[in-house]
Design a binder for this molecule. Structure first.
Ligand code: ADP
Ligand code: MG
Length: 246
């Protein structure tokens, strides 16, 4: 089943054409990697899919609904989640509270409702499940700022999963990681996104080829190729640009 579909989606910023007539189709359960040089428009594409930006032209549908003009919260409620970098607002909160905030929003209830002591058992249980999945249960009471770099990225993935999304968008989740941290992150991502649909922007080709079953190459705001990893790997233009000649 087709979960996400972009038809002739373009995005301009003032006179700058950043994305040009993008067609992209992602099926339910697919693990889709997006690669391309810096400035190709990858993050902008995510911003259009998540609803942060509206396209200048074209149509985005998700779960059969035309969501082109929907905002991020409405798309999130329909099962679309993107990871975002934990920032100052979250650094001071402990790990448990960071994840619980997302779980709580899944239950569709307002924060103030849970200010009473004890909270909601279902929400706390689900928060523990996610913390266990991302390997942070032992760090539940620690402020996010005290986590290691790799653990902060794991927390971001946990937060993205906390709304129990159908489709999850991860923008360079292994950026700045050591080889060892990257291997850990790949393992974590495949575990927590099992049974979900994943779109991942990734620069590390080992990660791309170990995680994905479809690869889209963006170049100058256009799709160069979108196909199975083994096909993309053999494409001469891709080889020249990214994989080096062997
Ligand atoms: N909000 C914005 N306003 C103006 N230009 C932007 C904005 N966001 C991105 N761009 C431009 O769009 C181009 C693509 O950026 P981006 O999507 O971040 O690329 P990538 O993630 O592939 O490195 C860049 O030239 C960038 O400067
Ligand atoms: Mg980017």
């Amino acid at each position: 089943m087709r979960l996400l579909e972009l038809s002739s989606v373009s995005k301009d910023f003032a006179k700058l054409e950043v994305l040009k007539e993008i067609n992209l189709s992602v099926s339910s359960g697919e693990r889709h990697a997006i690669i391309g040089p810096n400035g190709a428009g990858k993050t902008t594409l995510f911003n259009l899919i998540s609803g942060k930006y509206r396209p200048s032209a074209g149509i985005i549908s998700f779960r059969g609904r035309n969501v082109t003009h929907w905002g991020p919260h409405k798309r999130n409620r329909l099962g679309l989640s993107r990871s975002f970098q934990i920032n100052n607002a979250f650094f001071g909160l402990d790990v448990f509270e960071n994840v619980r905030t997302g779980v709580r929003s899944r239950f569709g209830l307002r924060y103030s409702f849970f200010k009473r002591p004890g909270g909601m058992p279902g929400i706390d249980e689900e928060t523990w499940t996610i913390l266990n999945q991302v390997g942070l249960a032992d760090y539940a009471g620690i402020p996010a700022r005290e986590l290691s770099y790799g653990q902060q990225r794991a927390l971001e993935i946990g937060m993205a999963m906390s709304t129990d999304p159908e489709l999850i968008l991860l923008d360079e989740p292994t950026a700045g990681m050591t080889r060892e941290e990257t291997d850990g992150a790949v393992d974590l991502i495949s575990r927590v996104t099992a049974g979900k649909t994943l779109i991942i922007i990734e620069h590390d080709m080992d990660v791309v080829f170990s995680l994905s079953d479809t690869v889209t190459v963006l170049q100058n705001g256009a799709v160069l190729i979108s196909d199975k990893p083994q096909v993309v790997r053999q494409d001469q233009r891709v080889k020249d640009a990214y994989l080096g000649s062997d």
